[in-house]
Structure formats: C-alpha cells, structure tokens
Write a protein that binds this ligand. Structure first.
Ligand SMILES: [Zn+2]
Length: 512
C-alpha cells in the first residue's frame, strides 16, 4: 500500500498507554438498551427531554433513549408506556449489516485514489483510535498539497459507529467527485475552487463493532460544552481542551484547528432531517428552540440539503425536513455546536436514514436521494463575503477575527493563508476585522448578491503608517498630514471609515 503523502496528527507513546486503559474500560461495559418512551402529555415530554439521559430520536411525544441497566430502571419507574427496541450486549450491536464497506477497505481505497488522481487527491490519517485504527481522511481539490485562498468544506460520517448509511454516502460522493473531474464542468469547477475534506468513519472502533460508542463513550456528547468548558473562542484565548475529550474528538479538534473549515456537516442515521445549531444553549430547556445569531443562514443551509432530498423535504414529522437542534431535543457536548461556537464554522447534523442499518441493496436509492443534496450543501460555501486579511506593510497573512454587525458569532481567517469566508444571505452587511497588535478595521455596507461571493480583502495596520518599520511620532505626524489633506504615498485610513480624527487617535494608541 502506498499512501502518498501521508500525514499523521496522532500522538506518541504516552498516548498509546492511555488507549490501553480506555480499552479495558470498554471491555467491562454493561449492555445498552434502546427504548422508546411515550410521554402522556407535554409536561411529561418536557421532563423526559430534560432528564439528562442520552436521547437518540424524538417523534412528537415518543422519545428514544440509549440507556444502561440502571438508567433503564429509572425510566421504568416513570410508568410511561415503554417499548424496548433493542438490547445491545457489551455496548455493541450483535447484528452486522452485510454488503457495507468495512473499515479495513477504507485505507486501501484511499490509497488507490491517491495513486489514480494525484493532482486532486491527498489522503492521510487524523490519528489513531483507542483500538489503534486510523481515522482516514481524504482531501480533494486541485493541487491539494498547497494551502490556497479557497473555502474549505468538510463532511464527516459515523461519529456514531452504528450509523453507517452516511459512511457509504461519503464514499459514493468521493467516487462521484473523482470520476467526474475533467468531465462534468460543474464538478470540475467545484473541485478547482473548493477544498473538500471527507472523513467517512470518525469512529472506526464503533464502526467495526457496530456500536454507537467508542470505548464506552458517545463521541457526540463529549466535545467541550459551551458554558461548561468554554465561553468564548480559540481566537479569544480559550484553551483547545483536546486532552480532556475522547481520542477521536481530539483528533478532529486538532485537524479543524490546523485546517480550518468554512462549512461542515456530520452524517447520522436513525431519523430523516437536517438539524441546525444550536443543539444547546444553557438556560434553554430541551424541546425549545435555541436560536443562533446565524439562524437565517442555518435555515438556508438546512433547506439546501432537504430541498434536494425529496423524502427528507416531504417529512410528515418535521416541516420541510429541518429543525433547530434544541427544539428537537437538546444535547450537550455535541460536535456541531462546538465547531460553530468555538471555531466559527457553520455545521449541520444530517440525519439521512430512518433506519440506521437498512439492507445494503437500498444504498443506491439512498445515493439517489443524497447526491444532489450533498452537492447543493457543499456549493453553499460559495456565498456571502470572502477575502484575505493581511498586514498592510509586509502583506503577510493574519489570523484575524471577522465580526458581522448584529451577529455575536465571529468567523476567523486561516492562519496559513489569511482567507475568510463569511457565509451570509443576500443583503448589506457591516464587517469588522480584528487581530492582536493591529488597528481594528471596519468595512461598511458590503453588498451580498444572491449568487457568488463578494470579495473584500483587508490590509490591517499596526500603526506603522509610513511603513518605515517603526511605530513612532512620525506615524502620528503622517496620519495628521493625511487627515489635513496633504498628499501622502501611503494609505492612512487605518480604520476603514475614511480619513478622520479616529485614525489619528488609533495611531496614537498604537504608537503609545
Ligand atoms: Zn447519530
């Protein structure tokens, strides 16, 4: 097998030791039960949704739980109608679905793609699981070895190892992209102007065991939780916290930091809907909507997926096949909220099959239903405002925070390239750009059209207005001269709002 180039973001020997401990915990795990509890009324439903046990689905007043023995007894004591759907011995399902791709096939498959399509494919591993499986990733874009000013979209499946339709959809999608490059103009263009990452199996141990979990942990309940583990963002100085989460989650977190995404989706099974942030806001009870600052964008993104997936759109349960995460049922420690709140990347949780493991003969039909949706969702990264943020003098890229007026959630530039991609619906927006050591810059009244992105490159000044390499009184004099209308060879509008006293004040502050 020849995987080139292969990059590992895993850890060393200490990491291996921790994994062995985690394995022994897993081996002693007790059985899990999937039970459906029907709440007799709305008050009982609210109690069920907020009881703190792991919920996997909700349809009206029927709530599906994943519980252990003790938790099952708790539920039974409520005396609500309770239906045992499945018993899972040792945390893994006994029944393997045949005809699906096995974990062992992924590495060789990606290797063959890397050999066959070297100009548009790079493959590697994000790290190793507790049972020493690789978390395979594939990157598809023109000249994948170069980091470029292109938006990044990531598709991740099987964070729950037993939800396997998403794995197959990701594999179909990869194959469709590769086979159509150079043939289908739309797909070729997409590959040229977008960086597409796919991680088909985020939880390989769970996938191999046909289990929701890894080492007894639900990975989608074990990301850092807003309000508990962090309250701002990585950019604002919060620690990443990757050492305190399950191994797989840490791998995903470091990957997102190293190769930041601008749009992401994670694929699940067990329901049919597009679920958008927030899954949780402290103080808002489960079953009530937790609305994010980008609710309009999220509803648009969710509809981009559902409108192109007819069974999802025609859902008899969820209008247009979309729902706010918390309105459905709240979860804490979910990947979607963490990615959006902590790193500013919009992410959706896509439930694409009512049955978690339908017969493999149905997979071509699932691909028919998801193909256009996967392309439409991915293409949505090309909307809103994009650009580069650089140092005005050196022209080097800056890691910057991009704020949109009236929206509390920032997005960030990539450190390597300095590009940002602020997904926004058509309208007029005021943006603010911040980087440590630089004067805050405002770009007002940027128009966003209904197709394509509006380009806005920004050059931040650190106060060295005359660009002589030092910040001193000469810079203050330079900005005063410019404000007085004297001809200058440099741009003294350091805050983006035209030459005025605010520029003079900003430069004085920077020089002091
Ligand atoms: Zn799931």
């Amino acid at each position: 097998m020849n995987v080139t180039p292969r990059t590992s973001y895993g850890r060393g020997p200490l990491f291996m030791f921790v994994c062995v401990l985690a394995l022994s915990v897993c081996a002693s795990a007790s059985p899990f039960y999937i039970v459906e509890v029907t709440a007799p009324d709305e008050v009982a439903l609210a109690d069920l949704l907020n009881c703190g046990l792991t919920i996997d689905n909700r349809v009206d007043r029927k709530v599906t739980f994943y519980v252990n023995e003790e938790e099952l007894e708790q539920l039974k004591k409520l005396s609500y109608p309770l239906h045992l759907l499945e018993t899972i011995p040792d945390g893994s399902s006994a029944e393997k679905a045949s005809g699906y791709t096995s974990y062992d096939q992924i590495g060789p498959l990606f290797s063959s793609y890397a050999n066959q399509y070297p100009n548009i494919v790079q493959t590697g591993t994000l790290g190793q699981t507790p049972q020493y499986r690789e978390i395979w990733a594939i990157k598809i874009t023109l000249t994948p070895e170069q980091e470029a000013d292109k938006p990044v979209v990531k598709y991740i499946a099987a964070i729950h190892g037993d939800e396997i339709v998403g794995v197959e959809m990701c594999l179909y999608f990869i194959q469709d992209l590769l086979e159509n490059f150079g043939k289908n103009p739309f797909i070729s263009d997409l590959i040229c102007k977008t960086v597409i990452w796919v991680v088909p199996i985020m939880n390989p141990d769970g996938h191999a065991a046909v289990s929701r979990y890894s080492a007894g942990k639900d990975l989608n309940r074990n990301f850092p939780a807003y309000g508990q583990h962090y309250s701002t963002t990585l950019f604002d100085g919060e620690p990443l916290g990757d050492e305190k989460v399950p191994v797989e989650n840490g791998c995903i977190m470091r990957w997102h930091v190293r190769y930041p995404a601008n749009l992401c989706a994670n694929f699940h099974g067990g329901a049919l809907l597009a679920n958008y942030p927030y899954d949780n806001t402290p103080g808002i009870s489960s079953g009530s909507p937790a609305i994010s600052p980008d609710d309009d964008v999220f509803r648009y993104l969710a509809l981009e997926y559902s409108r192109n997936n007819p069974p999802m759109y025609q859902s008899p349960i969820f209008p247009q096949g979309i729902i706010n995460g918390s309105a459905w049922y709240s979860i804490t420690g979910g990947m979607m909220d963490w990615h959006y709140r902590f790193l500013g990347c919009p992410e959706l949780t896509l439930e694409i099959s009512a049955d978690k493991r339908p017969p493999a003969s149905q997979l071509p039909r699932f691909w028919d239903e998801n193909r256009d949706a996967m392309y439409a969702y991915l293409s949505a990264v090309h909307m809103g405002i994009r650009g580069l943020v650089k140092d005005r003098t050196t022209k080097l890229p800056l890691w910057a925070k991009v704020m949109t007026h009236d929206r509390a959630q920032p997005v960030f530039t990539s450190r390597a390239v300095g590009n940002y991609h602020r997904l926004l619906l058509p309208g007029t927006y005021n943006l603010t750009y911040q980087a440590p050591g630089y004067i805050t810059y405002h770009a007002d009244a940027i128009a966003v059209e209904s197709s394509g992105t509006t380009r806005k490159d920004i050059f931040l000044s650190d106060g060295d207005v005359n660009q002589d390499g030092t910040k001193d009184a000469e810079d203050v004099q330079a900005v005063v001269n410019a404000a007085l209308g004297k001809a200058t060879s440099f741009d003294a509008d350091v805050d983006g709002r035209g030459l005025s006293a605010t520029d003079i004040q900003a430069v004085i502050n920077a020089v002091l």
